[in-house]
Design a protein around this ligand. Structure first.
Ligand SMILES: *[C@@H]1O[C@H](CO)[C@@H](O)[C@H](O)[C@H]1NC(C)=O
Ligand SMILES: *[C@@H]1O[C@H](CO)[C@@H](O)[C@H](O)[C@H]1NC(C)=O
Length: 117
């Protein structure tokens, strides 16, 4: 009986954390990883091709504001443990990649629910 209760407790925790997270987040983190060099270093003039492709891949999948907020939260989380970086270089990525999308300057204090539609 105890064993069964334990099983259900674990099941509940697992399903709750699955609901709270964005399913595509690990994929997104992988895609934006090549962009780190650009936002961390003031010396790299342009983001790499891998970075541009990653950003393009992400934005192909964006359908609505909820997606944008989720992506923003994911990027924010990914950037929270990479050390210092220059957030004002993030909006430069789509510009340098010639993508007609907007990336906000996401830093630790950035409020992802304020992402533009
Ligand atoms: C951050 O990046 C912007 C845009 O490239 C640049 O103008 C600014 O000087 C950088 N800030 C720091 C602290 O490196
Ligand atoms: C972020 O913005 C939303 C909407 O404006 C607001 O409700 C929320 O309290 C803000 N969160 C933080 C942490 O500032």
């Amino acid at each position: 009986m105890n064993c069964l209760l334990g099983f259900f407790a674990i099941f509940l925790v697992v399903s709750m954390s699955a609901m709270a997270s964005v399913p595509r987040c690990p994929i997104l983190m992988h895609e934006v990883r090549p962009c780190l060099k650009f936002i961390q270093g003031s010396r790299s003039r342009a983001p790499s091709e891998d970075c541009c492709e990653g950003v393009f891949d992400i934005y192909k999948r964006v359908k609505n504001k909820l997606d944008r907020v989720a992506i923003c939260s994911c990027i924010k989380k990914a950037l929270s443990d990479v050390g210092p970086y220059n957030a004002s270089r993030i909006p430069l990525i789509p510009k340098k990649c010639r993508l007609r999308i907007i990336l906000p300057p996401i830093d630790r204090k950035f409020n992802c629910s304020k992402v533009k539609v």
